[in-house]
Design a binder for this molecule. Structure first.
Ligand SMILES: NC(=O)c1ccc[n+]([C@@H]2O[C@H](COP(=O)([O-])OP(=O)(O)OC[C@H]3O[C@@H](n4cnc5c(N)ncnc54)[C@H](O)[C@@H]3O)[C@@H](O)[C@H]2O)c1
Length: 425
């Protein structure tokens, strides 16, 4: 093992081996750290041991090579976590009853507390509301260990900003934000991350790092709500919004293009702004703009269903008993992630209206049952012809709108949620 890294987190435990934890574990192992990956899910650990990462960005050969070389080991057994010196928590932070659910962060922290020794480094990477590290994690670790964060051990928040499926920006090329309880904590974590990440940006404390991450995703959420609302307007007024956005994007400053869609999905965009509005309400404030954006984005699947109904109706077909094919069900192109995907409420609502819904998605694992509707495993011309309408929900690169709209087929492209895509025959 690289002894230079011993001082900066050489023996590293990553807790949670999903979209965030596994790429981190591999990048650290690539840099010469000795990494133990821990996940509560035995089936996840079994998959990883068999070289199945189930993530588009992770090279299964690299995973197997590290497992074979012993630079990375994975376990669902919590008893082997003592004696390591850096603990990085990458577990989910979902919603529960419309508010933050930190139960998995707390469970991981409690486990870390059983192993913590003076001088160790604890990093939280899970996205959360500003104040979590200082006001929740620090007292929890102190209470369970008797050790003082910032004095006896280092405690840091460092958000993960990975964009699964984005090959231009792998984890190592995305600047890493680091906010420690003390300057020394930040410096220790920054030194660790610099061993495998090109740029590290240190902020004054964990709350600033937490706010930075949640601001990034809320910025995206609000701007998506803006173009989604404009898409509904432009359909009625006959303006080509796509063209207008591209035209606006020629301005070299002060504008960033966002494109409309069937709603927002994934673990981050629909969830993180709720952490922020919850946090604001606790502080006696209402973030009206953010809450309105949530409402607009949540309404988009309903708008898509209304468009499907209209287009069928215009073709003289009632939605009841119409056969609707949904192409792509993951929340964005090129990934298998179904979390919060708008395809789920769209399919459910169409089903409730009596449509016969089927779906196809080459990225979603074979054994994944979705939400009841029939899965199409092989997309052929006759499968498309066999349906009354095709809804292109997720623009995976294998779907070619011009082909899907051939002849008198009905195709709705959810990225525009405008008019049926014209046939190019
Ligand atoms: N997915 C993304 O693109 C992305 C990007 C940036 C930040 N984040 C944030 O990172 C965090 C993790 O998200 P993810 O997408 O990697 O989630 P994930 O569901 O892909 O993976 C999380 C893993 O943690 C495991 N786990 C749950 N509780 C655990 C515990 N107590 N101890 C150990 N393992 C446990 C789960 O079994 C799962 O395998 C979330 O806060 C998320 O908001 C996600």
């Amino acid at each position: 093992m690289n002894t230079e890294h011993d001082a900066v987190g050489g023996k590293l435990v990553v807790l949670g081996l999903g979209y965030v934890g596994l790429p981190l574990a591999l990048a650290a192992a690539d840099a010469g750290h000795h990494v133990l990956g821990y996940d509560i899910s035995e089936s996840r650990v079994d998959d990883l041991r068999a070289g199945r990462s189930c993530l588009v960005d992770v090279d299964d050969e690299a995973l197997l090579a590290h497992l074979g070389a012993g630079t990375l080991s994975v376990t669902a057994d919590p008893s082997g976590l003592a004696g390591w010196d850096t603990y990085v928590i990458c577990v989910p932070t979902p919603l529960l009853d419309g508010g933050p659910d930190l139960s998995m962060v707390l469970a991981a922290a409690d486990l870390v507390a059983t192993c913590l020794t003076p001088g160790d480094l604890v990093i939280l990477e899970s996205t959360t509301w500003p104040g979590t590290t200082r006001d929740v994690l620090a007292p929890r670790l102190r209470e369970r260990t008797g050790l003082v964060p910032g004095e006896d051990f280092h405690l840091v928040f460092s958000p993960e900003r990975i964009d699964p499926g984005n090959q231009d920006f792998p984890l190592t090329r995305i600047p890493k934000l680091v906010g420690g309880m003390t300057r020394a904590d930040s410096e220790r974590a920054a030194a660790f991350y610099r061993t495998f990440i090109d740029t590290v940006h240190v902020v004054s404390g964990p709350s600033e790092a937490e706010m930075a991450k949640i601001l990034e995703n809320t910025f995206r959420h609000v701007n998506l709500a803006l173009v989604n609302e404009l898409a509904v307007l432009c359909r009625e007024t006959g303006v080509d919004l796509q063209e207008a956005i591209d035209a606006a994007a020629t301005k070299p400053f002060g504008f960033m293009p966002f494109y409309p869609g069937p709603g927002v999905g994934g673990h981050c965009i629909p969830v993180d702004p709720v952490y922020l509005t919850w946090h604001a309400r606790n502080a006696g404030r209402t973030l009206r703009l953010v809450e309105l954006a949530q409402q607009i984005n949540r309404d988009m699947p309903r708008h898509v269903v209304a468009r499907v109904t209209d287009v069928l109706n215009n073709a003289g077909k009632p939605v009841r008993r119409s056969r609707v094919l949904i192409l792509g069900v993951s929340y964005k192109p090129g990934v298998a992630d179904l979390r919060e995907s708008p395809a789920i409420p769209i399919a459910e609502t169409l089903g409730r209206l009596g449509a016969e819904v089927s779906w196809h998605d080459p990225f979603v694992p074979e054994d994944q049952d979705l939400f009841g509707p029939r899965r199409i495993t092989e997309l052929t011309e006759s499968v498309v012809d066999d349906h009354d309408l095709t809804l292109l929900h997720t623009a995976h690169s294998c779907y070619v709108p011009a082909d899907l709209a051939r002849g008198d087929r009905l195709l709705l492209d959810a990225r525009t949620v405008l008019d049926p895509v014209p046939s190019h025959d």
